[in-house]
Structures are given as structure tokens and as C-alpha cells.
Design a protein around this ligand. Structure first.
Ligand SMILES: NC(=O)c1ccc[n+]([C@@H]2O[C@H](COP(=O)([O-])OP(=O)(O)OC[C@H]3O[C@@H](n4cnc5c(N)ncnc54)[C@H](OP(=O)(O)O)[C@@H]3O)[C@@H](O)[C@H]2O)c1
Length: 201
């Protein structure tokens, strides 16, 4: 499969790229400053230009970092919420809408959310609710996609060094395995929870 990964040079994205590469897929690594091509995923024209250049793709993965603000609840401003909304939500939703025409039949899109949707902390109010929105978006949009295109999301718990992985803490390698299930499997509308064994509360 020819697979484009937005955020492929990041903590999670680099592991996803390595694991898919090891399985013999053709990987296009996309970053904002580094990678095979550079794109600002908050800029629709930049994303569409890249997808046009790469088509036809068999899968698209979005796991871009630096996408929200972490601050104590009472210090959050409108701009902090706008920052996360523009990146975590609008940018990912836009990739889904643009991707349909540049993916092959039965292709797939995999987004990223996070476990702060269910396990908040006092600094996570401008990110956790967005994670929940991404999960819901995927469940609602998946049945609407054409050409048999599948849409899933991976929701990671905090990523740590492999030696520290345990309940509620996962390694990038473990998270990447869920992306592989999404890309290589046949399911759609799924929220893959890489939560290190934590339950949905
Ligand atoms: N790490 C965690 O513990 C954790 C836990 C739960 C959820 N998540 C979620 O997982 C996703 C990835 O997290 P991560 O820790 O792997 O992130 P990360 O290491 O910070 O990812 C950085 C990647 O994103 C790219 N990038 C940054 N801004 C971009 C932009 N405007 N346009 C295009 N690419 C851009 C970077 O490209 P350049 O290097 O070229 O700038 C790089 O490839 C995020 O959605 C995050 O919220 C992470």
C-alpha cells in the first residue's frame, strides 16, 4: 500500500512509519519542517496540494503533534481553545473531507485523538473535549464516506519509554500497533483505544 503519514517524524508517527515500512508498505513521511514532503496541516490549500501530488494513496494517517494547549483550567483563554480547535478538530476533519478524492477504492484514513477524553486532569480542558469530538466525528462520518473508504481513530494514553509502559501508560510501539490494525484491517468507524488496559469510564 502507498501510505501518507502526517506527523511521520513525531513520537508516535515515526513508530507508525517504521512498523508500516517493515511490513513492506510504501511510506510518504509528511512533517511541517522535515520528512519527504512538508505541509502545514492547518492550511487546507497546502494539504490539498500534497494529496494531489501523492494520489492515488491507499491510506492516510494523521498523527500531528503540538496540537493543543495545556494550562490550568482558570487560565485558559479563547485563543487557547481556538488553537486546539483549529488543529485537533478542523485540520483533521479537513483531511478526511479532502482525502476522499485522492484515496483509492477501499482506502483508509486514520486520525488521532487521546485518552484525556475520558481521563481528564486540571490542565487538559482545552484538549480532552476535542479528543471526544474526534472520536464522535469518526463514528458519525465513517458511514458517509464513498468508494468503500474506511475511517478510524486511535486514542493513545500518555506515551512513555517502553520500560515505563503499564496501566494507563503506553510505548509508541504499542500505539503504532493500533494504527496498523486500522490501516491493514477491514473495520471502519472504530475508536482504537491504546489505553494500556484502562477501561472506558
Ligand atoms: N505523545 C503522547 O503522549 C500522546 C498521548 C495521547 C495523544 N497524543 C496525540 O497523538 C498525536 C501525536 O502526538 P506526538 O506526541 O507523536 O506528537 P509530536 O511528536 O509532537 O509530533 C510532531 C509531528 O507533527 C508534525 N507537525 C507539527 N505541526 C505540524 C503542522 N502544522 N503541519 C504538519 N505537521 C506538523 C511534526 O513535523 P515537523 O517535526 O517537521 O515539524 C512532527 O512530524 C497528537 O494528536 C497528540 O495529541 C499524544
Amino acid at each position: 500500500m502507498k501510505i501518507a503519514i502526517f506527523g511521520a517524524t513525531g513520537k508516535i508517527g515515526s513508530q507508525v512509519a517504521t512498523q508500516l515500512d517493515n511490513k513492506g508498505h510504501e511510506i510518504v513521511r509528511i512533517g511541517s519542517r522535515s520528512g519527504d514532503i512538508t505541509v502545514d496541516y492547518t492550511d487546507g490549500a497546502s494539504v490539498e496540494n500534497a494529496l494531489k501530488q501523492l494520489a492515488l494513496l491507499d491510506a492516510i494517517v494523521v498523527t500531528v503533534g503540538g496540537d493543543s494547549k495545556f494550562k490550568p483550567y482558570h487560565e485558559l483563554t479563547d485563543d487557547d481553545f481556538r488553537y486546539g480547535a483549529e488543529r485537533k478538530l478542523v485540520a483533521q476533519f479537513r483531511v478526511v473531507q479532502l482525502a476522499e478524492q485522492y484515496l483509492s477504492d477501499e482506502g483508509s484514513i486514520t486520525l488521532t485523538s487521546g485518552f484525556l477524553s475520558h481521563y481528564p486532569n486540571p490542565h487538559s480542558l482545552a484538549t480532552g473535549p476535542f479528543n471526544a469530538a474526534i472520536d464522535t466525528y469518526v463514528q458519525h462520518a465513517a458511514p458517509l464516506l464513498q468508494k468503500g473508504i474506511r475511517l478510524n481513530v486511535v486514542s493513545p494514553a500518555p506515551v512513555v519509554e517502553p520500560a515505563r509502559a503499564g496501566k494507563g501508560l503506553v510505548s509508541a510501539d504499542q500505539v503504532a500497533e493500533f494504527f496498523l490494525q486500522s490501516v491493514e484491517g477491514s473495520k471502519t468507524g472504530q475508536v482504537y483505544r491504546a489505553w494500556g488496559g484502562l477501561a472506558v469510564n
